[in-house]
Ligand binder design. Structure first.
Ligand code: TYD
Length: 130
């Protein structure tokens, strides 16, 4: 999704509001940074949590998997965001030096909401689509 971008000779400005363009109320914000070369983050899905991911600085790839079909999307502009629904497996990888991933979440942190087993994810995803 494109985010608003207010271009200005003094520096650009982008913003996000709950519901615009993010289709959920924001409960939690976290960010991932100082990722050593070659490392991956994520590698799980959520039962309920939905996310909006922005590369505030630098770039990284988000591999999303909606039940066996994988797609890799590169986030490399601070005015672009990726909406990731619940029951979608996602992994962040290929971080550039000094990149920062900002993640807005629809739910409070809850370890019980994580699906960390890929086979269990496929099963749940299949059931959901029925
Ligand atoms: P996790 O989401 O498991 O990161 P990754 O999938 O990249 O390994 O989070 C790593 C640790 O941080 C885990 O112990 C839980 C903790 N954590 C919180 O306490 N609050 C949060 O909002 C998040 C995202 C993680």
């Amino acid at each position: 999704m494109d985010l608003p971008k207010i271009s200005d000779p003094r520096g650009n400005l982008s913003f996000i509001e709950a519901g615009r363009p993010i289709p959920f109320g924001i409960r939690r914000i976290y960010w991932i940074y100082n990722v050593p070369g070659g490392e991956c983050r994520g590698g799980h899905a959520y039962l309920k949590n939905r996310e909006f991911i922005v590369a505030l600085s630098g770039s990284f790839d988000v591999v999303i998997d909606n039940g066996g079909v994988m797609r890799t999307l590169t986030l490399n502009r601070p005015y672009l965001g990726l909406y990731v629904q619940n029951l979608v497996w996602r992994r962040l990888e290929n971080f550039s030096t000094n990149s920062v991933a900002l993640i807005l979440s629809s739910e409070d942190f809850c370890e019980d909401d994580y699906i960390r087993d890929y086979k269990a994810f496929l099963k749940l995803n299949k059931m959901e689509k029925r």
